[in-house]
Design a protein around this ligand. Structure first.
Ligand code: G1P
Length: 900
C-alpha cells in the first residue's frame, strides 16, 4: 500500500503513487477568497464563491474522471505525449503497472508538489501549486528535467478548462451559459468574460474575467492558442487524448477571439531542446478578477520564475508562522498530525462548510456553530481581535433567544430569513457562552459581559413559531423599542436570554424541546414532540457556568448590579414550584416571547448580580436532579448511560430494545461535561461506551449503535446506512467533545483513549486514506470522510492545550495543570507545547524524568527561564497574569514544569 510519512516537524509529508488512492484532495486558498482543491492529478476545482467558479465544480465522485484537470503536456519528436499531471489515457492505463512511471506527492501547509518520472521519455517533472495569500490566483510552477544522456526536443502545452460561471449552472443551463462566453487570447494566455450572470430570477451583467496565463524559460510567451474546448479536443477527442496535443494542431494566434463556446485555457509554448541534465521552468497563473486591468496587475506581480519562487517562499513561511501552536510529545507523527489539526480551523474559516469535494452542499458561508467554534481556536492562536469579533457576533442573537442563521461576509453581518417559518436549532444558545467563557478565562476581560450589543431582528418571531406581520425589512436588521429606537443590551443580558429561553422551552417530559434539530443536524424529524436530553444536560452546565461568570464579574468590578430588559424578569424569577411543571414553563416562555414579538419596551431594570447567580444555580441544580432521576438508564451493575432523546411519539430513544441496545454518545458527552453524571455514573458510562460504541480500528467511539430502524419520528440520520455520517460513524467532533468532557471531570486515561484512537486512525493511512488531519468522520470501514472542514479540529486543539497539557487561562491568570499520561512523554521524560498567552509566546515544558503515570505525579516546581516561580507539591499552579505580562514580548518564554 502507499505509505505516507512526514519529512519535517511542520507537518510536511510525502507519499508515493498518490493517484492510486481514491478521493484524495488537498486544499489551497488565498486569504482574499480564492479556494481550490487539488487531486494528485491536479484535478479538483477553484472558486471565489457559489457564483464564481473558475474551474468546473466537482464533488467527490467527479474526482476519478480526470476531466477538468490542470494539465501540462510534453510532446517529443516522435509525437509521444506525457502529462505532467498524470492525466493522459496512456498514464491512466499504466497506473497500476509496477515499474512504470514513478510519482510522488509532497505537501505542506498551503502548498503541494507532485513529481513524476516519464520512464520512456527519460524526463523528470515537478509541479508545485500554491495560492499567494493576498491574491486570488493559483500558481503552478512546473519544472521539466532531461534525465537522458542525449538532448531532448519537447513541445510543452498547457491545458486548463475554464468553467467561468456559477456552480448552479452545472446542471441549470450548462450549455446555454456557454453561449454567454466571450473569449479572447492575449500574448500571455486565454481570458473569458461571460456577458452576464445567468439567473432566471434576474440576469445581471457580468464583469468578471477568468483566465489562464503562462510563461516559459526567460519569460518565453506561448506561440499558439486553443481557446475553446472544441478547438483543443478536436472532433471526438477527449481530455485524456486531446487531438491538439496528439496531432499537433497548429492552433490560433494571440489577439484572436471566440464566442459562445466552452472556454479552454490551452496554449502551446515554442519547442525546446534540453541538454542532458538540463531543466526548464514554466509557470501557469489561474485566476479570476473584476477587470482585465486587474488581471494585468496580477501578471505584473508574478511574471517571472524568481517572483513566483519568492511568493511561494512567502506563502510557506506565512502559514507556518500562522499556525503558531505546536506540540512535542513522545510521538513525532502525532505532533506532525497536530500541525494539520491546528491548521484546519483556518481552512474552515476560509472555505466555510462548502467548497471541498465532499462538501458539495450549501452555497458557502458558515453556520452559527462554526462562527463560535472558530473563535475557540482563534483565542488560542491569534487572540488579539477575538473580543471584538465576539461582541459583533452577539448581534446575531434575537431578543427571544434564537439567532440569525444566515451569516453574511465580515464580522457581525447577519441576513434576515424571509423564507417563511425558519428552523430553530435548540443547541445554538450553548456555543456563544462556551466561547465567551474561554475568552474571559484566556484574557481576564470579564468586563466584556458589561459591553453592549444590539439584537438581531427579522420577520421571525416567538422563537421561530410565528411571523411578525408588523415587521418590514425597511425597519432594518436590529431589534427596536416601542419608541422605534435600536435597543442594545449587555452581553450578559444576551447570554441570560439565550440560556433562560432554552431552560423554559420544554416538551412533555420537561426536557428541552428538540425543535428543528440540535447539534446533530440529522435529527430533523421530531419537531413537534422531540426532546433533546443531551443538550438539556449541556444547558444545565451552561447555567452553572454563567452563574460563575456573574460572580466573577461582581468580584472583579466590585459592582453589585446589572441592568436587564424589564420583560426578562419573568424568566429570571425563582418560580421553583413551576420547574416540575412542563406546561407552566412553556407558558412563562410564551409570555416572554409574545411580549417581544415585534418591539420591546426598551425599559431597563436593575437586578442584583448575586441574586441572578443564585437563581441560575437553582435552575442548574434542579435540572441536574431532574435529569438524574428521569433519564438514567441502568444496564446491569457495571453499565448504564443517559437517554439522549425523545422521538416524535414522545418515546425515550435509548435503552435495551428487542432490536438490540440503543445507545448514543451525545447524551453521555453532555451529561459528563455539564456535571449531570456523577463520577460513579461516568465509570458506568465509559464501560458502556467501550462495550457498545468503541471500535479501535475505525477511530474509536461511534455516534450511536445500530437502531435497525428507519426512525421517521426522529430524523434523516436513520435513513443513512449504518456507519455513515450522523448514523453511527465515528464522528470526530462528538468523539473529541467526549474526550474533553472526560478530561474536565478528571477521567484522563479514558479521555486520552478517545483522542488517541482518532489520531491513530487518521495516521493509519491504509485505513483512513486521507492526508494528515482530522476528518469530519470515519465511516464504517475506517475511511476518513469530509476531510479538513470540521469543528472537531478546533476542539481537538483546544482539548490538547487546555486539558491534556492543562495550559489554560483562569480569569486571565495562567493555570498549569498537566494531565499527560506516561506514554505521552519522550524518552527523556519531556513533553512540551508552544502557545500564545497574554501576548507572549510561551513554551511549556513538562519534565517527568521518572515517566510517572498521570495520578502518580504532582507539580513539584515551576521555572520561568532559570527563575523559580513556585515550589511545593500540588495538582496545579496558577501564574498571575501580571507575572507573564512583565516578561519581554519579543522572545519566546520557557516555563519548565517539574513533575514528580
Ligand atoms: C457538521 C456541521 C455541524 C453539525 C455536525 C453534526 O459538523 O458542520 O454544524 O453540528 O455536522 O450534524 P462538523 O464536523 O463540520 O463540525
Amino acid at each position: 500500500m502507499n505509505h505516507l510519512h512526514f519529512v519535517d516537524k511542520y507537518g510536511s509529508f510525502t507519499m508515493d503513487k498518490p493517484e492510486n488512492v481514491s478521493y484524495l484532495y488537498f486544499p489551497l486558498a488565498s486569504e482574499t477568497g480564492l479556494k481550490s482543491s487539488l487531486t494528485p492529478n491536479l484535478g479538483g476545482d477553484a472558486k471565489i464563491d457559489q457564483e464564481t467558479f473558475l474551474l468546473e465544480p466537482v464533488s467527490a465522485e467527479n474526482l476519478h474522471s480526470n476531466r477538468g484537470v490542470r494539465n501540462f503536456w510534453l510532446v517529443d519528436e516522435d509525437g509521444q505525449a506525457f502529462s505532467v499531471s498524470g492525466a493522459s489515457a496512456r498514464q491512466e492505463a499504466d497506473r497500476f503497472t509496477p515499474a512504470q512511471d514513478d510519482s510522488r506527492l509532497t505537501a505542506g501547509l498551503m502548498w503541494q508538489t507532485v513529481e513524476r518520472t516519464a520512464q520512456d521519455l527519460g524526463l523528470d517533472t515537478e509541479v508545485t501549486a500554491f495560492c499567494p495569500r493576498q491574491d486570488n490566483v493559483e500558481i503552478l510552477c512546473i519544472t521539466v528535467r532531461n534525465q537522458q544522456e542525449q538532448p531532448r526536443w519537447l513541445t510543452p502545452i498547457a491545458a486548463v478548462p475554464l468553467y467561468g460561471r456559477s456552480a448552479d449552472n452545472i446542471r441549470d443551463h450548462r450549455n446555454v451559459t456557454s453561449m454567454l462566453h466571450r473569449i479572447w487570447t492575449t500574448e500571455n494566455g486565454v481570458m473569458v468574460r461571460p456577458t452576464m450572470s445567468f439567473d432566471e430570477r434576474g440576469h445581471r451583467p457580468n464583469h468578471k474575467v477568468y483566465y489562464v496565463e503562462g510563461f516559459g524559460p526567460e519569460g518565453q510567451k506561448p506561440e499558439a492558442f486553443y481557446p475553446t474546448v472544441e478547438s483543443f479536443l478536436g472532433e471526438g477527442g477527449t481530455y485524456l487524448h486531446p487531438r491538439a496535443v496528439y496531432e499537433q494542431y497548429p492552433g490560433g494566434k494571440a489577439g484572436s477571439r471566440a464566442e459562445g463556446r466552452e472556454a479552454m485555457g490551452a496554449f502551446r509554448f515554442p519547442a525546446i531542446t534540453l541538454a542532458p541534465g538540463q531543466q526548464a521552468h514554466y509557470v501557469l497563473l489561474l485566476g479570476v478578477e473584476d477587470s482585465e486591468e486587474a488581471v494585468n496587475a496580477i501578471w505584473d506581480k508574478y511574471h517571472s520564475w524568481e517572483q513566483v519562487q519568492a511568493a511561494l517562499d512567502e506563502t510557506r513561511s506565512y502559514w507556518k508562522e500562522k499556525v503558531n501552536v505546536s506540540f512535542r510529545t513522545g510521538d513525532p507523527d502525532f505532533d506532525n498530525l497536530m500541525k494539520w489539526v491546528c491548521f484546519q480551523p483556518f481552512l474552515r474559516r476560509l472555505f466555510g462548510c462548502s467548497f471541498l469535494p465532499h462538501h458539495d452542499y450549501g452555497r458557502g458561508g458558515r453556520g452559527w456553530r462554526d462562527l463560535w467554534q472558530d473563535c475557540l481556536s482563534l483565542l488560542l492562536m491569534e487572540p488579539g481581535d477575538v473580543g471584538r469579533m465576539i461582541e459583533k457576533n452577539f448581534g446575531g442573537v434575537r431578543i427571544d433567544g434564537t439567532n440569525a442563521t444566515i451569516i453574511g461576509a465580515g464580522d457581525g453581518n447577519f441576513i434576515a430569513d424571509r423564507n417563511g417559518i425558519a428552523r430553530v436549532w435548540m443547541d445554538h444558545a450553548l456555543w456563544p457562552q462556551m466561547t465567551t467563557k474561554l475568552y474571559i478565562d484566556q484574557t481576564g476581560d470579564v468586563e466584556i459581559l458589561n459591553r453592549q450589543a444590539p439584537y438581531f431582528k427579522d420577520a421571525q418571531a416567538v422563537r421561530g413559531t410565528q411571523i411578525d406581520a408588523e415587521y418590514q425589512p425597511e425597519q432594518g436588521g436590529w431589534q427596536r423599542t416601542s419608541q422605534g429606537e435600536v435597543y442594545t443590551g449587555t452581553i450578559l443580558e444576551h447570554l441570560l436570554i439565550e440560556q433562560l429561553a432554552a431552560f423554559y422551552e420544554v416538551g412533555e417530559h420537561n426536557i428541552c424541546r428538540l425543535r428543528g434539530a440540535d447539534w446533530n443536524d440529522a435529527l430533523d424529524m421530531a419537531a413537534e414532540r422531540g426532546e433533546s436530553v443531551a443538550f438539556t444536560c449541556a444547558y444545565a452546565g451552561n447555567l452553572r457556568e454563567l452563574a460563575g461568570m456573574i460572580r466573577l464579574l461582581e468580584k472583579t468590578t466590585g459592582s453589585k448590579t446589572t441592568q436587564v430588559l424589564e420583560e426578562l424578569l419573568v424568566l429570571c424569577g425563582d418560580q421553583t414550584e413551576t420547574f416540575d411543571d412542563a406546561r407552566a414553563k412553556q407558558t412563562i416562555l410564551t409570555q416572554y416571547a409574545a411580549r417581544c414579538a415585534h418591539q420591546i419596551s426598551g425599559k431597563r431594570v436593575e437586578v442584583c448580580l448575586s441574586d441572578l447567580a443564585d437563581s441560575l444555580e437553582q435552575k442548574a441544580d434542579w435540572l441536574t436532579g431532574w435529569l438524574r432521576k428521569h433519564e438514567w438508564i441502568c444496564a446491569g451493575t457495571a453499565e448504564g448511560w443517559y437517554n439522549s432523546y425523545y422521538d416524535n411519539h414522545g418515546r425515550a430513544v435509548e435503552g435495551i430494545f428487542p432490536e438490540g441496545v440503543r445507545m448514543m454518545l451525545t447524551g453521555q458527552v453532555f451529561a459528563i461535561m455539564g456535571g449531570v453524571a456523577t463520577d460513579q455514573q461516568i465509570r458506568r458510562i465509559t464501560a458502556s461506551a467501550d462495550h457498545y460504541l468503541y471500535r479501535r480500528e475505525i477511530g474509536g467511539y461511534r455516534l450511536n449503535t445500530d437502531f435497525h430502524e428507519q426512525k421517521f419520528d426522529l430524523g434523516r440520520m436513520f435513513g443513512f446506512a449504518y456507519g455513515e455520517k450522523e448514523n453511527g460513524a465515528v464522528f470526530s467532533h462528538m468523539a473529541v467533545m467526549y474526550a474533553n468532557a472526560l478530561y474536565r471531570r478528571g477521567f484522563v486515561q479514558e479521555g486520552w483513549k478517545a483522542l488517541k484512537t482518532l489520531a491513530d486512525t487518521a495516521l493509519d493511512f491504509d485505513t483512513s486514506r486521507i492526508y494528515p488531519g482530522i476528518p469530519e468522520y470515519f465511516r464504517a470501514d475506517g475511511r476518513g470522510m469530509y476531510h479538513y472542514l470540521t469543528g472537531a479540529a478546533s476542539w481537538y486543539m483546544m482539548t490538547m492545550i487546555t486539558q491534556v497539557f492543562g495550559v489554560r487561562g483562569e480569569a486571565g491568570d495562567l493555570l498549569l495543570q498537566p494531565k499527560l499520561t506516561a506514554a505521552q512523554f519522550d524518552a527523556e521524560g519531556s513533553a512540551s507545547v508552544h502557545v500564545t498567552f497574554a501576548g507572549r509566546r510561551l513554551e511549556i515544558r513538562c519534565q517527568n524524568p521518572g515517566r510517572l503515570e498521570y495520578g502518580q505525579y504532582r507539580v513539584q516546581k515551576v521555572l520561568c527561564g532559570d527563575a523559580e516561580l513556585c515550589a511545593g507539591s500540588c495538582d496545579s499552579v496558577i501564574i498571575p497574569r501580571r507575572v507573564i505580562e512583565a516578561l519581554p514580548a519579543e522572545q519566546k518564554q520557557v516555563f519548565t514544569v517539574y513533575l514528580g
